[in-house]
Ligand binder design. Structure first.
Ligand code: SAM
Length: 225
């Protein structure tokens, strides 16, 4: 529904199919795996209040709400649209750039926001039944028997060197390893180049843009149980 740093938009289809009718994403971000399997019962959690607010907004929004969001031409600052709520600005801002950890404030170049807006409006029916909560993964109370799609900030984050970071991210990876082992049901855990706190295997290799406009190859790793 929105572009985001670390999103699995291009590779969500490479992960195993959910074996359960319930999917839990404890590090939701833009929740691309759940979106692919949207008709399951979906529970999203994220430590970021902004990410959770965007999901809550989208779950409740009408198609008309989305279609009435304005175009943001190149060079125009989002704050000129004084009628917009902060969450609407953030949703638009994430779609004014590709794969950023914070929403963009100004339109630039030829962005695809107007096409994204239409796609979001058409996809709203997929997420009406989803539930979302703001908390750290360690505070999730219920250990549901479910497909747990676990996509944390990567241990050696930003191998691409483009400066992106999640706002609220302090992960102790040994604790995460124990927590992953304790999940009930199916586990699909994601990581990147160099992570070894679980017996990860290579899923695929993706290209990432760096600060100096070069492209770097990064391994996407997977652990399943
Ligand atoms: C790699 S992104 C998830 C990407 C997602 N799979 C997608 O397709 O967009 C990781 C997310 O974890 C969140 N996060 C960071 N630390 C967290 C924590 N301790 N508990 C829960 N979420 C956390 C970040 O806010 C970020 O949204």
């Amino acid at each position: 529904m929105f572009s985001y740093y670390g999103s699995k938009s291009k590779i969500a289809h490479l992960y195993p199919q959910p074996r359960y009718d319930v999917i839990v994403e404890p590090f939701a971000g833009s929740a691309r795996y759940s979106l692919l399997h949207f008709d399951r019962e979906v529970f999203l959690y994220d430590a970021s209040p902004l990410i959770v607010e965007i999901w809550r907004y989208l779950i409740a929004a009408s198609e008309r709400d989305i279609r009435s969001l304005p175009d943001v031409p190149s060079g125009v600052h989002i704050d000129v649209f004084t009628q917009l709520a902060p969450v609407e600005k953030a949703l638009i801002g994430f779609n004014l750039c590709r794969g950023k950890a914070v929403p963009r404030k100004r339109g630039h170049g030829q962005n695809s926001w107007s096409q994204d807006r239409e796609r979001i409006a058409r996809d709203l029916h997929k997420i009406r039944h989803w539930r979302v909560e703001q908390c750290s993964y360690l505070s999730i109370l219920e250990n549901r028997t479910a497909t747990w799609f676990i996509d944390p900030p990567y241990r050696y984050a930003n191998t691409a060197g483009n400066g992106d970071r999640y706002a609220r991210s302090t992960i102790h990876y040994e604790t995460l390893r124990y927590w992953i082992h304790s999940r009930r049901g199916q586990v699909i855990a994601c990581e990147g180049t160099g992570a070894d706190y679980l017996p990860f295997e290579r899923l695929t290799t993706v290209s990432a843009n760096t600060n100096n406009s070069t492209v770097k190859q990064i391994d996407e790793l997977i652990y399943t149980r």
